[in-house]
Design a protein around this ligand. Structure first.
Ligand code: PLP
Length: 370
């Protein structure tokens, strides 16, 4: 049997070339390995045009580790952080802030409502004690795209700091540091760059990073220490994720050879179109209107048929070679399908056919509410 296609937003389907790059054991003192770290960091900064004022700090762990490290290192003790909340990853930032003892102010939104720059502006105007905004770019919980450029303009206009969770958008949806001001932009190896999971990275404003000594409670999560050590030695503090980095190097090489961000965005947009069109043709409904949908992950309403059950649906679709993702919404029953990874629209159409066959075999007839 062939490997399943992961229609999940990390881990995701990687290319054979990327996986093959992991067949070497690197030593952490190896000059070639340290050069590879430096070259990856240079490319990661360049992807968002941040060479002038920012540096890249890579960090071992999944994306959440990098979010926690960014908030803990770059947001001082005594700070107050506004979190516009329209989904589960926004709520995760709030949890992190509470864990690390930073005051969080939640600005609640509906899950079908993009973060509202006007409401953010009003919240900042109303409370001068708010020092930072922590914003998720693409909220992977639903697939909604938040208007990052407008939000960044509002935050800069009010002279506050901005920390962006761009985990599921970085590399596919344009973010330009020359026109968009931020203190930290966080992403990871195993999302739109199509590497394997295992390392996050923070594109940090150098001045903010240099002024962050003493902010964090945590040695392992101290980005300033990680960056300074790397500056001094070229090495990672503590054991580096060598194979993950080698795979990321290969993934970025392919990203560049394929045409960089515009090409990636075009492929994901095609994937998303094929997915939504195919699922709608079966009778399924998307949770979000098309205008709010990022081409990263799509949330679908579960069929309201008594024969439908996600666990069985997952099993059936998995048997046909595709891995789906459960929904992450509290109020409505949904499931999610990712558009990202080393896949094209042809693969997506096969996945839609697998969904159709699975639902038919389960006896699911009613696919949507009238
Ligand atoms: C994937 C993701 C994260 C990080 O999740 P991990 O499971 O820790 O990798 C954070 N924010 C968003 C928006 C994500 O999509």
């Amino acid at each position: 049997m062939t490997d399943p296609i992961l229609l999940t937003p990390g881990p995701l389907t990687t290319s054979t070339q990327t996986r093959s790059a992991m067949l070497v054991d690197w030593g952490s003192w190896d000059r070639a390995f340290n050069d590879m770290t430096a070259s990856v960091c240079r490319d990661l900064v360049a992807i968002v045009n941040a060479q002038a004022d920012h540096v890249c700090v890579p960090l071992q762990g999944s994306g959440t580790f990098a979010v926690e490290a960014a908030l803990g290192t770059l947001v001082p003790r005594g700070a107050k952080v506004l979190v516009p909340d329209n989904g589960s990853y926004c709520k995760r930032m709030v949890r992190i802030l509470r864990y690390i003892g930073r005051e969080a102010v939640v600005l609640p939104h509906g899950e079908q409502e993009p973060a509202d720059p006007a409401r953010i502006d009003a919240a900042l105007a109303a409370d001068s004690a708010i020092t930072h905004v922590a914003q998720v770019h693409c909220e992977t919980g639903t697939g909604i795209l938040n208007p990052l450029a407008q939000i960044a303009a509002v935050v800069a206009g009010r002279g506050r700091g901005l920390v962006i969770d761009a985990m599921s958008s970085y590399g596919a949806i344009p973010i330009d540091a020359r026109s968009l001001r931020f203190d930290a932009l966080i992403a990871a190896s195993g999302k739109c760059l199509e590497g394997v999971p295992g390392m996050g990275f923070i594109i940090a404003r150098q001045k903010t990073l240099e002024a962050s000594a003493g902010n964090t409670y945590s040695l392992a999560m101290d980005l300033l220490d990680q960056w300074q050590y790397m500056q001094k030695t070229g090495q990672w503090r503590f054991t580096p994720p060598t194979h993950v980095l080698a795979a990321l190097r290969a993934a970025i090489d392919q990203y560049q050879a394929q045409g960089g961000l515009p090409a990636r965005l075009a492929r994901y947009t095609e994937n998303c179109r094929a997915l939504v069109a195919g699922m709608r043709a079966l009778g399924l409904r998307t949770f979000l209107p098309d205008a709010l949908q990022a081409p990263i992950i799509v949330t679908f309403h579960s069929p309201p048929d008594p024969s439908y059950d996600f666990t069985e649906f997952y099993r059936q679709v998995r048997e046909r070679g595709f891995v789906l993702y459960p929904g992450k919404l509290t109020a409505v029953d949904t499931f999610r399908v990712g558009c990202i990874g080393a896949i094209d629209a042809g693969t997506i159409r096969k996945a839609v056919a697998a969904v159709a066959d699975s639902l038919r075999d389960m006896g699911v007839r009613r696919l949507a509410h009238e």
